[in-house]
Design a protein. Structure first.
Length: 254
């Protein structure tokens, strides 16, 4: 019997010049700091307002709880694009700590925050500081880390900045504020396919695969082997509708 894969996607990936000015975290100092959750947990991060924004989206607005997504006890959850670990905290809470979380975050600065933040969880956590790519023969990849806007770190940072600069010009907004927000540092990250990581973890099933990696989602999916697709019960992916079509084809035809 074919494995049923639920795909819940948010509408991302539109050219910023075509959209409206979205409510986004404010630009602040680009150095490691902390933010305290409503429950009193100290979250290590680079932008407290950004983490507060994520916490609101994930916990209060239940971004990863809609669309029929379930979190069974003992779940094995894979988080591709772990950032500083807000979703890890959400998954831990939904499973009351009875789960295994495999989190993948390529940006070293964010990975160090992730390492610290998962220490507060009851779940069994396994962390990988790699970029999940499409091929097993990938060279290290150069990504852009945005200290003031880490949510947009990755391979698409420069194109995102160009789009927001154009949007700022259209709305007569200060261009220097946009440029400051998108100040970046190049970092070199090793690559691996998701299937290679799953093989290392020796998992027989994945109850939920969450993918949010700023334009690299399709490469992540291409890195899942035919033998691993039937193991995946649910997928939640932040992507454009066009990418969703490709992912649907992959998941149902493997």
């Amino acid at each position: 019997m074919a494995t049923k894969v639920l795909i819940a996607a948010s509408e991302k990936g539109k050219d910023a010049s075509e959209g409206q000015v979205a409510a986004t975290p404010a630009v602040i100092a680009s150095r490691p700091c902390e933010w305290t959750t409503p429950g009193g947990i100290q979250m290590h991060c680079y932008n407290p307002l950004e983490v507060s924004f994520l916490w609101e989206k994930i916990f209060a607005e239940n971004e990863y709880g809609d669309g029929g997504i379930v979190y069974p006890p003992g779940a094995i959850i894979v988080d591709v694009g772990g950032n500083v670990g807000v979703f890890c905290h959400y998954a831990d809470a939904r499973c009351a700590g009875e789960c295994t979380i495999i989190a993948i975050e390529p940006i070293p600065q964010l990975f160090h925050c992730l390492q610290k933040n998962v220490k507060a969880l009851r779940a069994n956590c396994s962390l990988h500081n790699v970029a999940a790519g499409a091929s097993t023969e990938c060279d290290p990849i150069t990504l852009d880390f945005l200290p003031r806007y880490s949510l947009l770190s990755g391979s698409q940072a420069h194109s995102n900045c160009a789009g927001y600069e154009k949007l700022a010009e259209l709305h007569n907004l200060p261009l220097d504020l946009v440029q400051e927000a998108f100040e970046s540092v190049e970092v070199e990250c090793p690559q691996s396919t998701l299937s290679d990581i799953l093989q290392q973890e020796a998992v027989s099933r994945i109850d939920l695969l969450k993918v949010d990696c700023e334009g690299a989602e399709y490469d992540v999916m291409l890195g899942i082997s035919e033998t691993d697709w039937p193991k995946i019960q649910q997928v939640t992916c932040s992507c454009s509708p066009f990418l969703l079509i490709g992912i649907s084809h992959l998941s149902y035809t493997q």
